[in-house]
Design a binder for this molecule. Structure first.
Ligand code: ADP
Length: 634
């Protein structure tokens, strides 16, 4: 077959452009990336050969060799792993397959400094070779195939593939070094790089020259070594390799479990959120090994989806090597391992939360929204997860636990008040919480979509019911009476006066109801407002407003008409008080139109505060202009 030319997928082109044209301070990581790929390729062949022993015939022990062609200014990284077919080549080295890398490329801005910072954080796998190469050749033969292929590119938008010769299976990546990159021809430099970044690789990395072969790494699986022999740097490099991550681990869990079931886990909690954290597939990322043989990196049953931020490996002594991945996922032993892993992790998180609240808060910021999915899904661990959960609230700028909330509830308070919404800032400014704040009733502010699901599933904590402040009546009367804390706060005045007579308020409410008709479920006076004239709340049995918006956005409600809300008015607000007075003066109904306009304007205003659009923006602006005009004329 003749040489064929292909274009890189647009995203790859973008990536290569940045990789090649930016000054990068740790160019040597290209070697780590290529060695990492070579080691993965050996892992994959080892597993494939379990079921098809013919595949590996004659290729000897697994290994990676580095060889230098000083005259030709080239460095070759060769492995005897699974290799690539022609289709594999176009797919793997022409596009961006991994979702994390895909998300990463989407974040590239075109600003060199910003983008380099990102690349430093996430790494770009194979393509990093173009940081040092003017040309890269990949000579490869897939296990089970006779044909070999040569992939070649200068990283300028195109690559070629042609048929070639390779006596054994595997892949050789030859990096033709660009000007100024001669350091990667020096043996001493290669030795240092391998030791620093790739020592954990479980198969030998051999530096080969005409007269000698030298193994550069320790070449035993890192997790099988005694903990005391492993340095933080080695753990970190292993974490980078196995998790495709580039930050530091926030927590490292390395344990050997022996008993009815024996396994070793080396798990990491990242210190920054992986880019595919909120990918709808919710794929786990812990690799499964059985007796040191890599089995799979997306084993559904190994860790639950709500722990998908975990990276690392689990190596089991008891699972069978000879059954398919699919069967393995349903092995009851796997479920037991999962149970053990979850318990251990949650236990460690609990310790951290207790001893290092600040560090735990950073973890929570990154992964709280994901962990909370477990409250909903993992009923066995629900209590532990609730205890680990942290919340923002009206009382504090920091994070609090549910225990703290319950412990400082006011006397007579029976419910855990919460408000769910899209972001913390808006929640903090919401009119619905004014009355609670004025009475020093703490309200939890829940800004993650998942909150709408676990809260109703849990219902109550320490027998205190979760109660939304944007749904149903806010019965705050009891807290007016006690004076107590509330009286000390100037803002609480509104709360204390809430029961005062406001002349005309009943007429005003009746007039509003008449004008607004079906657009609202009801109009009533409010306990929960102090500063704002109006707000919207959901009826007792209706869906909470935030949830409805959320479901609408994800098209879960079809074309269903929005549920009408209750418009609450604040009799204490000067505007409402004046309108109320006016509605009593208006004996002959002359002001009817003005009151109706006010009703509609206030309703639209309440919607806008909710982050919603007035359903009829034209009518809204007409009324608003008319009001302004009248205001100016007076
Ligand atoms: P990844 O992060 O997936 O390793 P890369 O861009 O580094 O991304 O590589 C893309 C894909 O190319 C790999 O997932 C793998 O399928 C294939 N690949 C890269 N190097 C090798 C190799 N030495 N042997 C076999 N396949 C390889």
């Amino acid at each position: 077959m003749a040489k064929e030319k292909f274009e890189f997928q647009a995203e790859v082109g973008k990536l290569l452009d940045i990789v090649a044209h930016s000054l990068y301070s740790h160019k040597e990581i290209f070697l780590r990336e290529l060695i990492s790929n070579a080691s993965d390729a050996c892992d994959r062949l080892r597993y494939a050969a379990l079921t098809e022993p013919g595949l590996k015939a004659g290729s000897g022990d697994f290994g990676i060799t580095l060889s230098v062609n000083a005259k030709g200014r080239a460095l070759t990284i060769a492995d005897n792993g699974i290799g690539m077919s022609r289709d594999d080549l176009t797919e793997n080295l022409g596009t961006i397959a991994r979702s994390g890398t895909q998300a990463f490329v989407e974040r590239l801005s075109g600003d060199a400094d910003d983008d380099m910072a990102l690349i430093g954080q996430f790494g770009v796998g194979f393509y990093s070779a173009f940081m040092v190469a003017k040309k890269v050749d990949v000579l490869t033969r897939r296990a089970g195939e006779d044909a070999a292929w040569l992939w070649s590119s200068d990283g300028q938008g195109e690559f070629t593939i042609e048929e070639a010769q390779r006596p054994t299976l595997g892949t050789s990546v030859t990096v033709h070094l660009a000007k100024g990159e001669s350091e990667f021809l020096e043996e001493a430099r290669l030795r240092t790089i391998v030791k620093a970044y790739s020592d954990h690789v479980a198969i030998p990395i051999v530096l080969e020259s005409a007269d000698k072969k030298e193994t550069l790494n320790t070449a035993s699986a890192l997790w099988t070594r005694p903990k005391g022999d492993i340095t933080d740097d080695q753990y970190r490099e292993f974490y980078h390799h196995t998790g495709h991550t580039f930050d530091d681990p926030w927590m490292t869990l390395h344990n050997a479990v022996e008993g009815v079931l024996s396994y070793t886990n080396l798990l990491f909690v990242p210190s920054s959120p992986p880019l595919d954290l909120f990918d709808p597939q919710r794929k786990p990322h812990v690799k499964l090994y059985v007796k040191r043989v890599f089995i799979t990196d997306d084993c559904e049953g190994l860790v639950p989806p709500y722990l998908r931020f975990l990276r690392g490996i689990v190596d089991s002594e008891d699972l069978s090597l000879n059954i398919s991945r699919e069967l393995l996922q349903h092995d009851p032993k796997l479920a037991k391992i999962r149970k053990g892993l979850v318990k251990r992790l949650l236990g460690e998180l609990k310790k951290k939360a207790k001893k290092k609240a600040d560090e735990y808060a950073a973890f929570w910021d990154n992964f709280g929204a994901v962990l909370k999915e477990g409250i909903y899904e993992d009923t066995d661990n629900r209590d532990a997860l609730l205890a680990l959960s942290r919340f923002h609230s009206t009382a504090d700028d920091g994070l609090i636990s549910l225990d703290t909330y319950v412990e400082r509830m006011k006397e007579g308070q029976e419910a855990i008040y919460y408000m769910a919404g899209e972001d913390l800032g808006t929640l903090r400014r919401s009119p619905q919480i004014e009355g609670f704040k004025a009475r020093h009733l703490e309200v939890l502010l829940l800004a993650d979509p998942v909150d709408e699901f676990w809260v109703p599933a849990v219902g109550a904590f320490r027998e205190k019911k979760f109660t939304s402040v944007t749904r149903g009546a806010a019965d705050l009367d009891g807290f007016d009476a006690d004076g107590g804390d509330a009286a000390k706060d100037g803002k609480a005045d509104g709360a204390d006066k809430a029961k005062k007579e406001v002349p005309g308020i009943e007429q005003l409410i009746a007039a509003f109801k008449l004008s607004l008709g079906d657009a609202v479920k009801d109009v009533r006076r409010s306990d929960r407002l102090t500063d704002s004239p109006v707000c919207l709340v959901a009826g007792e049995g209706d869906m909470d407003m935030n949830l409805e918006r959320l479901l609408k956005r994800h098209q879960h409600l079809g074309a269903a008409a929005p549920t009408p809300r209750i418009l609450e008015v604040n009799p204490e607000h000067p505007l409402i008080a004046r309108l109320a007075k006016r509605s009593t003066d208006d004996k002959d109904g002359e002001d009817g139109d003005a009151l109706a306009d006010a009703a509609w304007l206030l309703l639209d205003q309440a919607r806008i505060v909710e982050g919603e659009q007035p359903p009829d923006p034209v009518a809204f602006s007409r009324r608003l202009s008319a009001m302004i005009e009248k205001g100016l004329a007076v």
